[in-house]
Design a protein around this ligand. Structure first.
Ligand code: SF4
Length: 63
C-alpha cells in the first residue's frame, strides 16, 4: 500500500503523525507528508486509521 498527503488540504493538525509516526511526519512548514515509500504491513492499521481520521481528507491511497 502506498499513501500520499495532499498538502493543499493538510491543516497540520497532527492526528496522522501522532497515530502513525512510522508513516507520517511533518515537513519544515508544519504540514504532513508520507515518509515511507511503501507502508509496511505492521503499520497498515494505524496508517489507515489516520487516513480515516484526517479531518480534511488530505490522505489518499495511491495504490
Ligand atoms: S491528519 Fe490530515 S490534516 Fe491532520 S496533519 Fe495529517 S494530513 Fe494534515
Amino acid at each position: 500500500m502506498k499513501l500520499k498527503v495532499e498538502k493543499e488540504k493538510c491543516i497540520g493538525c497532527g492526528i496522522c503523525v501522532s497515530s502513525c509516526p512510522e508513516v507520517y511526519a511533518f515537513d519544515d512548514n508544519g504540514l504532513a507528508y508520507v515518509s515511507t515509500d511503501t507502508v509496511e504491513d505492521d503499520s497498515r492499521g494505524s496508517a489507515v486509521d489516520a487516513l480515516e481520521n484526517c479531518p480534511t481528507d488530505a490522505i489518499l491511497k495511491v495504490e
